[in-house]
Design a protein around this ligand. Structure first.
Ligand code: FES
Length: 106
């Protein structure tokens, strides 16, 4: 199992354990983690799953693809550690991952 901690915009932490192979977005959605939406079902076309990867984990989560990067560039809230959480697949190497979520836009 892979442990993932989601820290919301009010600094509340929630830790879940999921089987490897699912995305950070899908793991959140199936465990009622707030502030992660999915309008496209995880095919990298909506950016509703925008998150910030904790700085300690940026190197391990890899880099955004060209398509993901294009979507992120349209986000006013983008930071250097921004990712679309549907594009990060959980594996044993990411056990302990910390993700920061954003307050959803109105
Ligand atoms: S869920 Fe749509 S881009 Fe991630």
């Amino acid at each position: 199992m892979v442990k993932v901690t989601y820290v919301d915009s009010a600094n509340v932490s929630r830790t879940i354990e999921v089987a490897p192979g699912v995305s950070v977005m899908a793991a959140a959605r199936s465990n009622d983690i707030p502030e992660i939406e999915s309008d496209c079902g995880g095919v990298c076309t909506c950016a509703a799953c925008h998150v910030y990867v904790d700085p300690d984990w940026v190197d391990k989560t890899g880099t955004a693809s060209k398509v993901e990067n294009g979507l992120l560039s349209l986000q006013e809230t983008r930071r250097p550690n921004s990712r679309l959480s549907c594009q990060i697949t959980l594996s044993e190497a990411l056990d302990g991952l910390v993700i920061h979520t954003l307050e959803p836009e109105e």
